[in-house]
Design a protein around this ligand. Sequence first.
Ligand SMILES: Cc1cc2nc3c(=O)[nH]c(=O)nc-3n(C[C@H](O)[C@H](O)[C@H](O)COP(=O)(O)OP(=O)(O)OC[C@H]3O[C@@H](n4cnc5c(N)ncnc54)[C@H](O)[C@@H]3O)c2cc1C
Ligand code: FES
Length: 426
Amino acid sequence: MEALTTAGGVLMIATAGYQAMMLLYRVVVRRVRTSRLDGEFLRLLRDLSTSATSYNKSLEQNNRPAWQGARKFQIAWRGYETPDKDTCSFYLVPSDRKSIPTFKPGQFLTFELDIPGQTQKTMRCYSLSDSPSHQEFYRITVKRMRTPANAPQGTRPGLSSSHFHEDMQVGDVVDVHAPSGSFCLDQNSNRPVVLVAGGVGITPLLSMLNTLIASGSKREIWLFYGVTNRLDHAMYDHLQSVNREMPNLNVVTFYCNPRRTCRMGTDYDIEGFVRVECMKPLLRARNYEFYVCGPPPMMKTIVTDLQKWGVPLEDIQTESFGSASKPANAKSEVADGGNAKQKVAITFSKSNKTVEWTPGKGSLLELAESAGIRARFACRAGVCGTCVTALLEGQVKYDQPPTKVPAEGHCLLCVAQPKTDLTLEL
Ligand SMILES: Cc1cc2nc3c(=O)[nH]c(=O)nc-3n(C[C@H](O)[C@H](O)[C@H](O)COP(=O)(O)OP(=O)(O)OC[C@H]3O[C@@H](n4cnc5c(N)ncnc54)[C@H](O)[C@@H]3O)c2cc1C
Ligand code: FES
């Protein structure tokens, strides 16, 4: 009997070991197929595979971050995802080589960056762009933000994205906050799914798509993906191959400005922007879960048109990447909503300043910045919680309820406007 129990135990350990090895093998083979990996990354994956077996479930599932504050991660590999080399993926492994918690497909990481020439840390959010089934690394995919053509002379290109593209090399270490965000695939649902992506908005949707693929989901899946043309068409080989291999997946690609060399029917399917009128004949029914991520104007049009078509709002989830740097001379157009007095006084208690706010002055974050008061921020969209500040006196309001709900007695400066005179702990 004892011999049998021992033999059973040995068999279980051997099976677990074999499964771990096969998992690692599949991860590596898949990555080697889709990307050019260097030996260092492969070695790191091998080291990490031992800790992956003891991997934790994310505490974010209980609405608490999986770790507090920043944790150090090392860049294990980086590689371009588009022919124009403006979109680059970064594979991150923990510097302590311990396990990393899982995340929900669609969530993002917040980075605290030391950028040369900046006197304080720059914080930015980047979506996790692969499925959580890879327990050894996190992947983000960053698009380099160039200076807009109509920007005032001397405007610098995107601060953080340029830093990632130009400075961040394999082996560099970066401070990362735990996965967060509520724009997540409902993994318990069996309903058909529609993913709608504009430009780099593909990243959280790619995580959702790869999760569905990794789980062998039989759900009907549509990906409507809009880019300019083949030059900024990200993850081309991967999307082509999964579209070929998965009978329940349909990828429909839109090029708004195809070049002569772009092949309709091979590289892309429809000319123009992603639009609901092109989805209707393909989907035929409206009973899908919709996940939409892209530039704000695209999202506004898509959501409005989906609603006009009769899709209930609760079936549409959205995320906008917003604009992290708000040009100092650009004031938000703020609807007063009839709630705010025309003029209110905002006291920043720690800075010992009181400033007048009128609706044209935008969010409390913009007001603080224009008064020369430094406030922490990352997303400027009410998503990440970085700008949370104690509200000592008064009341605020939000045009849209923020995704990240602040604790009682606090507010999110980036999306809050005053309802009354305020005192903020800043
Ligand atoms: C939840 C979330 C997830 C995200 N996921 C991703 C992702 O997966 N991949 C990704 O690439 N991005 C993602 N983003 C966006 C990302 O966080 C950054 O906003 C983006 O990289 C731009 O930051 P930056 O520092 O490079 O540019 P910034 O320095 O913030 O500048 C943005 C743009 O404004 C221009 N600009 C700056 N100052 C002025 C001025 N005075 N006048 C006119 N123009 C000006 C810059 O030239 C640049 O084009 C995400 C954002 C959020 C909120
Ligand atoms: S900066 Fe992200 S919530 Fe305000």
